[in-house]
Ligand binder design. Structure first.
Ligand code: PEP
Ligand code: MG
Length: 298
C-alpha cells in the first residue's frame, strides 16, 4: 500500500502547474517528532501538548516541559514546530485540575477557558516554550479561541513571561503566536482576529462538530458528521481569505487536512499548510503532485 511513497521523500509538495503547500505533521510526543522527520514532514503543525498532562498526579513542571520542547525543536532542526497550549476539559480524567463533571464537556470549561482562569498553567507552559525556542523555529497556538479579548489576554501573558525570563537573565527564542480556528465564532470573525496574530490553524474536527452541532465523540452520529458540509468548507475558505488579507498564513490541522479528495480544493483556496498524521504526510504529497496531471487546459 505504501509502494511508491518512499520515493517521494525529498521531493517538493508542488502541483504540476507550480503551486506549492507545506505538509507538516501532527504529533503528541517528542518521539513522534523523529517519526515525522523520517516521513519527511516539512515541520510540526500541531504538537498536542495535552498528552504531557495526562496519566499523572501533577502537571508537568517547567523544566520537564522545557526538556521535551527542546528535544522536539532540536530534532526538527530549524523546521517550524507549532506547539498547541493545553487543550483539556472535563472529558478527560485529570484529577489535579479539579474539573467538575459537566453535562456538555465539549462546550464546557476547557482549553483556553480553563487556562485563562488558571493562568499559572499557561505561564509555566509559555516559560518552557520561550526557553526551548532558542533551539529551533518555534510557534505557539491557543485552542478554542472565540474572541479578540482572549487573544489580547494570552498575548499579554506571553509578553510578561518573555519579559520576566529576560529579567532573570535567561535566553529566550523568537516564538510566532497563532490561534486555532475551530469554533464557528472564530471563523466568522477571522477578519478581526487576523490582525492580532501571526497565523491561523484550522481545526476541522471541532469546527465540524460545532458548525453542524454534532458531537464528534458520539458514534451513533457518525453518519451525520460530515466535514465536507458546505457550511464547513465556506468557513475554511473565509478563514484563509481573511488570513491572507491581513498578510498572515493559514493552515489546516484537523483530520480533513489529510483527506485527499479535498487536496485540490484546499490548494484552490490557497491554504498555506496542511498538517496531517505522520503516516499521511507522503500520501498527501502524492496527492499534491498529482494535481493538474490530467491534461486539462490552463
Ligand atoms: C481539531 O479540532 O480539528 C484539532 C486539530 O484539535 P483536536 O482534534 O485535538 O481537538
Ligand atoms: Mg480541537
Amino acid at each position: 500500500y505504501r509502494s511508491g511513497l518512499e520515493e517521494l521523500k525529498g521531493k517538493e509538495n508542488i502541483t504540476s502547474d507550480g503551486r506549492s503547500v507545506d505538509i507538516f505533521a501532527n504529533i503528541g510526543s517528542a518521539s513522534d517528532a523523529r517519526l515525522a522527520l523520517r516521513e519527511d514532514a516539512g515541520g510540526i503543525g500541531l504538537f498536542r501538548s495535552e498528552f504531557l498532562y495526562l496519566g499523572r498526579g501533577e502537571p508537568p513542571s517547567e523544566e520537564e516541559q522545557y526538556e521535551i520542547y527542546k528535544e522536539v525543536f532540536s530534532c526538527m532542526a530549524g523546521k517550524k514546530v507549532v506547539i498547541r497550549t493545553l487543550d483539556i476539559g472535563a472529558d478527560k480524567q485529570v484529577d489535579y485540575l479539579g474539573l467538575k463533571t459537566e453535562e456538555n464537556p465539549a462546550m464546557g470549561f476547557r482549553a483556553i477557558r480553563l487556562c485563562l482562569s488558571d493562568p499559572e498553567l499557561l505561564r509555566t507552559q509559555l516559560r518552557a516554550i520561550y526557553r526551548a525556542a532558542v533551539y529551533g523555529n518555534a510557534a505557539v497556538m491557543f485552542p478554542m479561541i472565540i474572541s479578540e479579548v482572549e487573544i489580547r489576554q494570552v498575548k499579554k501573558l506571553a509578553g510578561e513571561v518573555r519579559e520576566s525570563l529576560l529579567r532573570e537573565g535567561r535566553a529566550v527564542g523568537e516564538v510566532e503566536i497563532g490561534i486555532m480556528i475551530e469554533t464557528p465564532a472564530a471563523a466568522l470573525i477571522s477578519d478581526i482576529l487576523a490582525g492580532e496574530v501571526d497565523f491561523f490553524s484550522i481545526g476541522t474536527n471541532d469546527l465540524t462538530q460545532y458548525t453542524l452541532a454534532i458531537d464528534r465523540q458520539n458514534e451513533a452520529l457518525e453518519p451525520f458528521y460530515d466535514p465536507h458540509h458546505e457550511a464547513v468548507l465556506r468557513l475554511i475558505r473565509m478563514t484563509v481569505e481573511n488570513a491572507h488579507r491581513a498578510g498572515i498564513w493559514a493552515g489546516i490541522c484537523g483530520e480533513l487536512a489529510a483527506d485527499t479528495s479535498l487536496t485540490e480544493a484546499f490548494l484552490d483556496m490557497e491554504v498555506d499548510e496542511l498538517s496531517v498524521s505522520v503516516s499521511s504526510v507522503l500520501e498527501v504529497r502524492r496527492a499534491v503532485r498529482a494535481i493538474g496531471q490530467k491534461g486539462e487546459a490552463g
